[in-house]
Design a binder for this molecule. Structure first.
Ligand SMILES: Cc1cc2nc3c(=O)[nH]c(=O)nc-3n(C[C@H](O)[C@H](O)[C@H](O)COP(=O)(O)OP(=O)(O)OC[C@H]3O[C@@H](n4cnc5c(N)ncnc54)[C@H](O)[C@@H]3O)c2cc1C
Length: 509
């Protein structure tokens, strides 16, 4: 039995903790804030409740597997999973509206046929076939296996089978998502639809590799889910599973250093009773045979005081430059029957939005793409005569100041295209900024990690879960296989596998 210290109570870290406890190890989690779940926070006010972090769960299979492997009660016995159908409703710049059904590629194509015509629908259908090929080529190394030691294999070859495109006298193949949109989809609404998947992750479609085609593929093939009672219920269930497996939690315990002895990890230094990120508290040391860090590479560098934690030549991509602005709206009047759970209101000026978000200097776009979430969930409202609505937009990490309030108003204006009469129904609004995300997760500037993607010279790969310091591992959205709830859950499975089975571990079956 090894002593294992886990830094942070984010979803990836808790997934690793539960699995390792089941394998017979003594696991203690040190969390700087006073609660579990990291980004999965909840705000309650005047009988309303809102998720302030993730609003939807892709690939619930990852958490089903966690619950099967760590106890008798399956995930569905601990939380109520609801399929979101339609998985998203889209409102495009020209006013075209299209609801895309959940987990049905054929259904998506026929919805596009009805809204955009057969030629556009056919092009999306053909694109999904190529996206599927990309998924088949990258699924295991990108999601289910530890980062290959020869990670360059993933960094170099573009796995998306682009259609050769003839321009002037040259034949080229799309290398970015924006090129796939322009050359293969050739419809501004389909382009918005595709590029929206990158933007939703905080990625610039103009530089995101075509391999990101897996993002819409995953949604169309496997669907989108919601957890009844709010997404934080998922964090509660994972936390309770950890407790049931005798994982120890220390809240208000900020890890301030990773200790090394004889070239191997030896434990953590932590401060209890301090305010996160500063303030004095009581310093203490916990010895451990393994330390699992669910923090950003920047925080890990500080904790290891410059020790070389990454493998030879390993890249640390430039991911995570975007954060989110979230606007929580308490509305008078009940949620109308048949309201879509998620509506994406696309920007009126795509190029200007991307230039603002990803240009230099980065700023807030005048016409943002806004995701509107309207869950059908009585647990979120005081009664049936009220509705809780959440708006989210990508904003540059580190954005702060009064401009964010003005931007929240712009987002509310855009959301009126999805929620008619929104302003008249408004009881109150609350704004959650990148600073709030930084507070919840410890990520600099409130940056939100993106899922790992192949190609682009490894720019969108994350550091591997093993490090240059024996016994020190990384988990969660900032390490392989990257950000997002399923990816973080997978990182927990990978770290547990590497510790239990050793370096020969080749991934989940
Ligand atoms: C606004 C928002 C919307 C999102 N929407 C979605 C979505 O719809 N679907 C989806 O799949 N994903 C979404 N994500 C991403 C998803 O929430 C994360 O990728 C996922 O929760 C992974 O979290 P993690 O394991 O990396 O831990 P995190 O949530 O990053 O938590 C890290 C934890 O470590 C703690 N910590 C940090 N430093 C220390 C230290 N020194 N000592 C002790 N503790 C420390 C922090 O306090 C925190 O609790 C969203 C994220 C945000 C912020």
């Amino acid at each position: 039995m090894a002593r294992i210290a886990v830094i942070g109570a984010g979803l990836g870290a808790m997934a690793a903790a539960a699995r390792l406890a089941v394998a017979g190890h003594r696991v203690a989690v040190y969390e700087r804030t006073d609660t579990y779940g990291g980004a999965l926070r909840r705000l309650e006010r005047e009988g309303f409740a809102f998720d302030t972090g993730p609003g939807l769960l892709p690939l619930p299979a990852v958490y089903r597997d966690l619950f099967v492997k760590t106890g008798k009660e399956p995930l569905e016995a601990c939380v109520e999973l609801v399929q979101v159908d339609p998985s998203s409703h889209h409102v495009f710049a020209d006013g075209t509206r299209v609801p895309l059904p959940n987990a049905s590629r054929a259904g998506v194509v026929s919805a596009l046929d009805a809204a955009l015509g057969p030629a556009a629908a056919q092009r999306w259908g053909d694109f999904l076939v190529r996206a599927r090929e990309t998924w088949d080529r990258t699924r295991r190394p990108l999601l289910e296996e530890p980062l290959w030691p020869d990670w360059q294999v993933l960094a170099g070859r573009e796995p998306y089978p682009a259609v050769p495109h003839r321009k002037l006298l040259r034949t080229r193949a799309a290398g970015t998502l924006a090129e796939v949109a322009a050359w293969e989809l050739r419809d501004p609404r389909l382009a918005s639809l595709l590029e929206g998947y990158a933007l939703e992750q905080g990625l610039d479609p103009r530089s995101t590799p075509a391999s990101a085609a897996v993002l819409p593929y995953m949604e169309h093939a496997f669907g989108t889910w919601y957890v009844r009672g709010g997404m934080r219920e998922l964090a509660r269930a994972v936390y309770e599973r950890c407790l049931a497996r005798r994982v120890e939690f220390r809240f208000g315990a900020e890890v301030t250093g990773v200790l090394e002895k004889d070239g191997r990890v030896a434990g953590v230094e932590f401060t209890e009773g301090a305010s996160p990120g500063g303030g004095s508290g009581n310093g203490a040391v916990a010895e451990a045979d393994h330390v699992i860090a669910g923090v950003t590479p920047g925080v890990l560098d500080r904790l290891t005081r410059g020790a070389r934690v990454r493998g030879e030549g390993e890249v640390v991509g430039r991911f995570g430059t975007a954060s989110r602005l979230t606007v929580l709206l308490a509305l008078r009047g009940g949620r109308p029957e048949g309201t879509p759970h998620r509506t994406v209101v696309h920007t009126r000026d795509q190029e200007a939005e991307l230039e603002s978000l990803f240009g230099s200097p980065a700023g807030l776009p005048a016409h943002p793409t806004v995701t509107v979430l309207r869950p059908d969930d009585p647990a979120l409202v005081p009664d049936a005569d009220h509705e809780a609505v959440t708006l989210t937009s990508a904003v540059p990490a580190g954005t702060a100041g009064p401009g964010l309030d003005a931007h929240a108003h712009t987002m509310i204006g855009a959301a009126e295209r999805a929620v008619p009469g929104l302003r008249d129904r408004l009881l109150y609004s609350e704004v959650r900024t990148p600073d709030d995300i930084a507070e919840a997760t410890g990520a600099e500037g409130g940056a939100v990690p993106v899922p790992a993607l192949a190609a682009a010279g490894g720019r969108l790969l994350h550091p591997s879960n093993s490090t240059g310091v024996p016994g020190l591992w990384t988990v969660g959205g900032w390490s392989h296989p990257g950000g997002g709830l399923p990816h973080a859950g997978m990182s927990g499975a990978l770290v547990a596998g590497l510790i239990v089975e050793g370096p020969g571990f080749r991934g989940s079956q």
